[in-house]
Design a protein around this ligand. Structure first.
Ligand SMILES: Nc1ncnc2c1ncn2[C@@H]1O[C@H](COP(=O)(O)OP(=O)(O)OP(=O)(O)O)[C@@H](O)[C@H]1O
Ligand SMILES: [Mg+2]
Length: 222
């Protein structure tokens, strides 16, 4: 299954999410092809940082410049999961990934302008020649941790009213651990396995890759 982590908005948490999911999928023993199609190469840099510390499992990050579509499709034949991090400074690579994606997972920050950006992004996707059964999954990243701050709740309410998308209610909060773990090349559940951020991330990862779905796909590959 090709999962693309995308959004129009810069800094919404695409690479952080891609990185943690990539490590998690490997720890779940899924053959996973990891693509970084962002010229900034954030995910590739984090993988390099991980390699320098010999942190296992090692991440092999692919950043093809040519025949991107073919390479994604090929990787999907030989791996159980394909995970793609995109960047908007190479819009043509991003669009290529959206066209072959089985699903696009979109991090949205809890603010009105981020919801507007999401709506524009959905319109762009609508105009692209994407797969007919494309799933669009949205989640709130950097959610407020203080109960008195109402933006996260309000954002979730608005998101649930948007047609054609699935909203994951397992959100990721604004936590220093995510930033720290990323810069150290360690997934949040490796850096601080007992922390709140790790618990949140694991709930989120299981919601995105439910066991039933994973088993079905794995047995199909046999
Ligand atoms: N849940 C979170 N809590 C705290 N910090 C976060 C969280 N998610 C992301 N960040 C931080 O926000 C910044 C942007 O995240 P990231 O690089 O993942 O975004 P991006 O969408 O990939 O950005 P770009 O559009 O530039 O590729 C980073 O400093 C990252 O550590
Ligand atoms: Mg990024």
């Amino acid at each position: 299954m090709i999962t693309v982590i995308g959004s129009l908005k810069g800094g919404s948490g695409k690479s952080t999410t891609s990185f943690n999911l990539a490590v998690w999928l490997l720890t779940q023993n899924f053959t996973t092809a990891i693509f970084d199609l962002d010229p900034q190469q954030t995910l590739a840099d984090t993988a390099e940082c991980r390699a320098e510390d010999n942190q296992q499992p090692a991440l092999k990050v692919l950043s093809p410049r040519t025949r991107v579509q073919e390479k994604l499709i090929e990787a999907n034949k030989t791996h159980t999961e394909v995970l793609v991090d995109i960047g908007n400074s190479n819009m043509s690579a991003a669009k290529t990934a959206y066209k072959v994606a089985d699903r696009i997972v979109i991090p949205v920050l809890p603010s009105q302008s981020d919801v507007w950006s999401l709506q524009r992004f959905l319109k762009i996707l609508d105009l692209l020649d994407t797969r007919p059964n494309l799933e669009i999954i949205v989640f709130v990243n950097r959610a407020d941790t203080h109960h008195a701050v109402k933006e996260t709740r309000e954002t979730l309410i608005v998101l649930k009213q948007l047609p054609g998308i699935t909203v994951v209610t397992k959100l990721l909060s604004q936590r220093l651990g995510f930033r720290r773990s990323f810069s150290e090349g360690m997934a949040i559940f490796e850096l601080d396995p007992r922390g709140k951020a790790a618990a949140e991330f694991l709930f989120f990862a299981h919601a995105l890759y439910p066991r039933r779905r994973r088993t079905k796909k794995a047995s199909k590959k046999k």
